[in-house]
Design a protein around this ligand. Sequence first.
Ligand code: CTP
Ligand code: CA
Length: 226
Amino acid sequence: LLASFGNGVLAGLNVLISAGPTYEDIDPVRFIGNRSSGRMGFAAAAAAAAAGATVTLVAGPVSLATPSGITRRIDVRSAAQMHAAVLEAAAQADIYIGAAAVGDYRPQDVSATKLKKHDGASLTLRLSENPDILASLSAQIAHPFLVGFAAETHDVASYAQGKLQHKGLDMIAANQVGSGLGFEAADNALTLYWADGAVELPRAAKPELARQLIAHVAERYRATRR
Ligand code: CTP
Ligand code: CA
């Protein structure tokens, strides 16, 4: 499988990838964010480009340079902006890889001015749920091949397989967070699940793991969209 990687396994295909966190503003100086460096998603984008794909990268707030070979990068901040950018670009995409750590909630009211603290009183933020990008795509009649990620602290396999099913995904890449893997770390380890199979990608540097992920995505894509 990996031997064929260099030979343009994704040539002629449009691959859309979201990466990084989203920031949900509370006021002009504060936000709620997710822990994500964007490195796994950027590595997947680089690997997809190296495999011959035309790659569009939708990036949340990250401090990463655009990998070479990426055709288009769209920078966004909030989950709502990422949702809009991904849905717009998905119309042309053959494959969508949702590597972003999308904020599940946003403050219901964003203060136009900096909130001030008040003598030890507690502060309650009221939050609204953000739209689910993968679920929105999956609900469309014609949609790209959908790959999700699931970063879990516990019961990784059952949560990941549950998300594969209820979000209507073609594949999900699951990882255990903690123990020097995952967030902000150089290495990661993934287990890929699809409807009738699974494969473990053992601990490796994110660029190497991304190449393996892309090789499996290409293989599953070909198997389902013949
Ligand atoms: N995701 C998405 N839109 C959201 C939230 C998540 O598209 N609003 C995508 C992520 O990009 C990822 C997958 O869904 O590919 C799983 O994200 P995760 O946060 O693990 O799942 P949730 O469904 O949000 O469930 P929970 O956070 O409660 O575990
Ligand atoms: Ca979530």
